[in-house]
Design a protein around this ligand. Structure first.
Ligand SMILES: [Zn+2]
Length: 101
């Protein structure tokens, strides 16, 4: 049997996997931006006080603590914050069950 091969495309919602040939769904998401609420107009950025609290917070497991402290240190180094935050968040969520919603 010859199955139809559908190449991955930005104008399709399914494609044939280029590795194994399986026909599968491509899920698309809308990315949005939202103005901050008036009661929290400024985004959070960790500071020395944050690092101090994290260092002594017993409810945070060691992996999460390490990631939080590394993230805080990188933010203070002045690296681009969105990329830092994204990297930190993805790593923390994948490695720390206690941080998952
Ligand atoms: Zn595949």
């Amino acid at each position: 049997m010859n199955a139809k091969v559908v190449s991955p495309s930005i104008s399709e919602s399914a494609f044939s996997c280029p590795h194994c040939g399986a026909f599968t769904t491509q899920y698309w998401y809308d990315a949005t931006i939202q103005r901050r609420r008036k009661d929290t107009p400024v985004p959070f950025f960790p500071d020395a006080g944050f690092r101090e609290r994290i260092s002594h917070e017993k409810a945070i497991d060691e992996d999460a603590r390490r990631h939080l402290l590394e993230f805080a240190q990188k933010v203070e180094s002045g690296l681009p914050k969105m990329q830092l935050f994204r990297n930190w968040l993805m790593q923390a969520l994948s490695e720390s069950p206690s941080l998952q919603p």
